[in-house]
Design a protein around this ligand. Structure first.
Ligand SMILES: Nc1ncnc2c1ncn2[C@@H]1O[C@H](COP(=O)(O)OP(=O)(O)O)[C@@H](O)[C@H]1O
Ligand SMILES: [Mg+2]
Length: 264
């Protein structure tokens, strides 16, 4: 077991009187790959915002990469965390070129201005774009890409600063079947790379869990339903409680998960 990357103790987040997260206890170690699964509105994005240091807990203690949130400069911490989310993608300037979108991540900025990049950065950006199958798109503008291409470029961007922690908020949302399968396979390959950072991937579809992810946290109404090693947590009972419907869960021989509702 590697060192501790995340430790949340009794974390509660309240907004306008509503508890978006309630008494979350959660520890993530270096070599783990976690999925956070829950229905729409469960608090998954809120949880990623806490561990991404964008949101302070209302109550409780959050330690990220050894630093206690609220007692440390988050601007020192953020470059150590890679984040890909729809909210971030919406803020990309429409004319931004793919190569610039990835390069600017080394300065934690969005939108290329007049920075100079050294050749080492350019080489790294090109390699990452290539790793996610987008080498042919390097000179294209971000707003001309397909949804699948955008998702892959965003992950390359999140990895540019060589983060110790990678956070992916619904990376397969909006993709067609081919796009989803391509992304899930790439993430599986990446998850199995021992040099890859610690990962937390948020989804509401068990079909999007890449093979090789080791742990799961199930979230409903801001509370943890179950958490721990994925093969213990991913049961039909736990998922039925998480989604509030009776369902059947299957795992194929290659390690992928499939769920469908019972007649109800
Ligand atoms: N700024 C806010 N103020 C009040 N409620 C919010 C705010 N942001 C999100 N919520 C609510 O918090 C709940 C959890 O949201 P979110 O973390 O985005 O869920 P998920 O990502 O699992 O779909 C939702 O019910 C949402 O409507
Ligand atoms: Mg969300």
């Amino acid at each position: 077991m590697g060192g501790q990357v995340l430790r949340l103790q009794d974390v509660t987040v309240r907004r306008d009187g509503a508890a978006l997260l309630r008494d979350i206890d959660w520890t993530v170690h270096e070599d783990e790959r976690w999925v956070v699964i829950g229905p729409n509105g469960a608090g998954k994005t809120t949880l990623l915002q806490v561990v991404g240091t964008m949101l302070f807990p209302t109550e409780g203690v959050a330690e990220v990469l050894g630093e206690r949130i609220g007692q440390t400069d988050v601007f020192d911490l953020r470059p150590r965390i890679g984040l890909a989310s729809a909210a971030l993608a919406e803020r990309v300037p429409p004319e931004e070129k793919v190569i610039d979108l990835v390069l600017t991540a080394s300065y934690a900025i969005l939108g290329r201005w007049t920075e100079e990049y050294d050749s080492h950065d350019v080489t790294r950006a090109v390699e990452l774009i290539d790793q996610f199958g987008c080498a042919h798109l390097i000179r294209r503008r971000f707003n001309t890409l397909s949804e699948g291409e955008r998702k892959r470029v965003q992950i390359a961007r999140a990895l540019m600063p060589d983060p110790e922690l990678l956070l992916l908020d619904e990376p397969a949302a909006g993709l067609d079947l081919g796009g989803r399968e391509d992304l899930v396979r790439r993430l599986a390959t990446f998850a199995n790379d021992p040099k890859a950072p610690t990962m937390v991937l948020v989804t509401h579809h068990v079909e999007e869990v890449p093979v090789g992810f080791t742990h799961a946290l199930l979230l409903r109404h801001g509370s943890v339903v179950a958490q721990g090693p994925i093969e213990h947590v991913m049961t039909a009972d736990n998922l039925a409680r998480t989604f509030g419907i009776p369902l059947t869960l299957e795992r194929s021989s290659d390690g992928r998960w499939y769920a469908r509702a019972h007649q109800f």
